[in-house]
Design a protein. Structure first.
Length: 340
């Protein structure tokens, strides 16, 4: 395990602090970066997210999908949690907290934007960081690839309709053109680029060594992309974070409850399905964590860099790493509950 994965929470924490600090000291710089948009997509954020996502897409081997027939239960669990449970529980928690419990603390407009950000997180199952979580729990790497591959295929077709449905139910106007452009830009195109790259590297000889060497060269850029994105996002939101710290807490509470709740639903189901630990672990963690890169990008495209929706997805970044590391610890400590 590299120094990045081992000290992930520290790097992210440093990036968050750096982003907030720079955002307060150099607000005009971040305002200038925020103005660099095309078709409601911030170009700098788009480039950084591409740098971060592309290596993850190269890792995906769609030929492994045929192996799922040998043990389909783990994949079924992941798909059910990701697409039939998680988006709707996230939306329900958003409505419960921001239209009910926390309604007196935020304005109706702000509440709707926070709910929108939560929904976008809920409809974006993890693609990139899941490889880290799988490694930390000694998950089956090939099966994890299968799960990620299938989820990405589903995401191409399901993200926009489910997000649009839930945002519509929340009485939020859905600019479908922007939503579809975001899915095209942040899911489909990187996925196609990854497939083409993998095919060229692999050739007809199944040269996995060439792919591994290529990914090793790309890894530093992917890490830089992740940390730079975190710095940029928290820089954009610096004044809001400092001036409204209570709102950060309000957003974090339902997000944390959702993360632990979904995990325990998936973990209980994995036990009942009698999955092996190295399949159950990544299956549960994929459904629990979020593809926050996509959620942040879509929130910015739909509602703007300084919107409540963008802030909610950024808070998702804030809480995800420490919460996911705690779940990794739970998974590792309860390994004996599962079949070897």
């Amino acid at each position: 395990m590299g120094i990045f994965e081992r000290y992930l929470s520290i790097w992210v924490a440093v990036s968050i602090a750096t982003g907030v600090g720079l955002g307060l000291v150099y607000p005009t710089v971040f305002e200038s970066i925020a103005a660099l948009t095309f078709a409601k997509v911030n170009l700098v954020v788009a480039v950084l997210i591409w740098v971060m996502i592309y290596p993850m897409m190269v890792q995906i081997d769609f030929s492994t999908i045929k192996e799922v027939g040998k043990n389909p239960k783990g994949l079924v669990l992941t798909v059910v949690i990701n697409w039939l449970i998680k988006p709707f529980t996230m939306a329900a928690l958003g409505w419960l907290f921001f239209e009910g419990i926390f309604a007196s603390y935020v304005s109706p407009q702000t509440a709707q934007e926070y709910i929108a950000g939560m929904i976008l997180l809920g409809v974006a199952p993890c693609t990139a960081m899941v490889f880290v979580w799988s490694q930390l729990t000694k998950g089956d790497a090939n099966y994890t690839l299968v799960q990620v591959s299938v989820n990405d295929v589903i995401m191409i077709f399901a993200f926009a309709p489910i997000a649009g449905l839930l945002l519509g139910v929340s009485n939020i106007h859905v600019p479908w053109d922007t939503l579809l452009i975001s899915v095209l830009l942040y899911v489909l195109l990187p996925l196609v680029a990854g497939i083409v790259t993998r095919k060229k590297l692999n050739g007809s000889n199944k040269n996995e060594a060439a792919i591994d060497s290529f990914l090793a060269r790309l890894k530093p850029y992917s890490v830089i992309g992740l940390l730079a994105t975190v710095v940029l996002l928290f820089g954009f939101q610096a004044n809001t974070i400092i001036s409204q710290p209570m709102n950060i807490v309000l957003i974090a509470i339902p997000l944390i409850l959702q993360t632990y709740g979904i995990f325990f639903i998936a973990y209980f189901a994995a036990l009942k399905l009698k999955l092996r630990h190295n399949i159950a672990a990544p299956a549960c963690l994929i459904g629990t964590s979020n593809f926050f890169e996509l959620a942040v990008a879509v929130a910015i495209s739909l509602f703007g860099l300084h919107s409540g929706a963008a802030l909610a997805t950024v808070v998702g970044v804030l809480v995800e790493v420490p919460v996911m590391l705690s779940l990794v610890a739970i998974v590792n400590k309860t390994k004996h509950w599962f079949n070897p």
